[in-house]
Design a protein around this ligand. Structure first.
Ligand code: HSE
Length: 413
């Protein structure tokens, strides 16, 4: 296959932009010219000559010699404006912007078709882990039961530092920011938004449903306390932030983002620091586990480079599961067993526990373990940040058969 000569217009020269630059410069086999780099901050000192930069996006968007736009900025609304304008003028695009892709997923898929251009965004979910291309190419005919994993490097770094080294939350977050893992607005990481956007992108390729992120329940780690970490450690667990999407029946899926207890026999237990991991459970391939660096300039830059290279061969996502259309429904009618650490009985009662298997009332904190409905958690989503609670999915599976009692079992992965 012949490769098209790429002339790149790059938007953004932050952590990922510079990472891409390094990765491109060190790549022997592949050459592409970065013609211009558009940035917004005029005062910032740059490590390459200023002649490489422009502050006017039209210098790239209106340059007919530029055939690939690489978008690596952190403002999702501005990114969408740049990406859609580029696509409408016939330019292919590579992006790492998870919030932009998740919020405009369907529209971006339609723009690709209408303007006969390609948009690749492997770096947007799991950074260096090639999960999107695997879902597109390898699992195109697989019956995927579920995907779960760690998709946010910042929260994994924080939880690892708290668990392994007893470092306080705020100090661990500062470390993640200094290392360039966190978003410019780290609430996107710690409140679980970032993991949810990535989950929505993965869901589009795994099941062909382009979910509105607003419809998906997410809960982060910003309320985790030393009691929760201590509780987990005493039981031999680690806490990880784990997005999940899976089938509830042949044509219906459910999904959510929740902290989860992970026991040492699980794949995710040793996925520490900024590493991400994704577990696919499928009918024929059975269980598969992908692991790699999920944040940081070079790890993310490597995925962007891979997309740039794929683009030069004319690669496009075909959205095979969307074309097949076998999954058509989304539900939040799904039971989850949770650990709820709380203070006030009234706040606990809001959760509508259907059954409780463990209850503890100590001097400093109380907790309860029991089954709740995902729909109920979703209905509380605006109140949750105001409550003095922390929620963790115990990860135990609830099998309810008609006419039989619910059975709660250890999950195998
Ligand atoms: N802030 C993100 C993370 C960067 O920590 O995972 C990679 O998407």
């Amino acid at each position: 296959m012949t490769r098209e000569k790429l002339r790149i217009g790059l938007f953004g020269y932050g952590c990922v932009g510079q990472g891409l630059h390094d990765v491109l410069n060190s790549s022997n086999g592949f050459k592409a010219d970065i013609v211009k780099i558009c940035v917004k901050d005029r005062a910032k000192k740059r490590r390459i000559p200023m002649t490489n930069f422009t502050y006017d996006k039209n210098d790239i968007l209106n340059d007919p010699s530029i055939n690939l736009v690489v978008e690596l900025i952190d403002d999702a609304a501005e990114a969408f404006s740049i990406v859609s304008t580029a696509m409408k003028s016939g330019k292919n695009v590579v992006s790492a912007n998870k919030m932009m892709v998740a919020k405009h997923f369907k529209e971006l898929v339609e723009l690709q078709k209408k303007y006969n251009v390609s948009l690749l965004y492997e770096a947007s979910a799991g950074a260096s882990i090639p999960i999107i291309r695997n879902l597109e190419e390898y699992y195109d005919n697989e019956l995927l039961y579920s995907l779960r994993g760690i998709l946010n490097g910042t929260t994994n770094y924080i939880l690892t530092k708290m668990h392994n080294e007893g470092i306080p939350y705020s100090e661990a977050l500062k470390g993640a920011q200094e290392k360039g893992f966190a978003e410019s607005d780290p609430t996107l990481d710690v409140e679980g938004w970032d993991a949810k956007y990535k989950l929505c992108i993965i869901t589009g390729h795994a099941y062909g449903l382009f979910l509105d992120p607003e419809e998906v329940f997410h809960y982060g780690i910003n309320k985790v306390s030393e009691f929760d970490v201590k509780y987990a450690r005493e039981k031999g667990f680690k806490i990880k932030l784990v997005p999940y999407v899976g089938k509830t029946n042949d044509n219906t899926i459910t999904s959510f983002v929740l902290p989860r207890f992970i026991s040492p026999d699980k794949y995710l237990y040793n996925v520490d620091n900024e590493y991400n991991g994704v577990i696919a459970e499928a009918a024929f391939a059975d269980k598969q586990f992908f692991c790699g660096k999920g944040a940081g300039g070079h790890a993310t830059g490597s995925a962007v480079l891979s997309d740039i290279s794929a683009n030069s061969y004319g690669y496009r996502y075909e959205y095979k599961k969307y074309q097949q259309g076998t999954v058509s429904n989304y539900t939040r009618q799904h039971k989850i067993e949770i650990y709820l650490r709380y203070n006030d009985e009234k706040e606990k009662d809001l959760f509508g526990f259907e059954e409780v298997s463990e209850y503890f009332c100590g001097r400093f904190y109380k907790y309860v373990i029991g089954v709740v409905n995902l729909e109920k958690l979703y209905s509380l989503r605006k109140q949750l940040p105001l409550l003095d609670v922390f929620i963790v999915n115990t990860g135990r599976k609830i099998n309810s058969q008609k006419g039989a009692d619910k059975e709660i079992q250890e999950e195998q992965i």
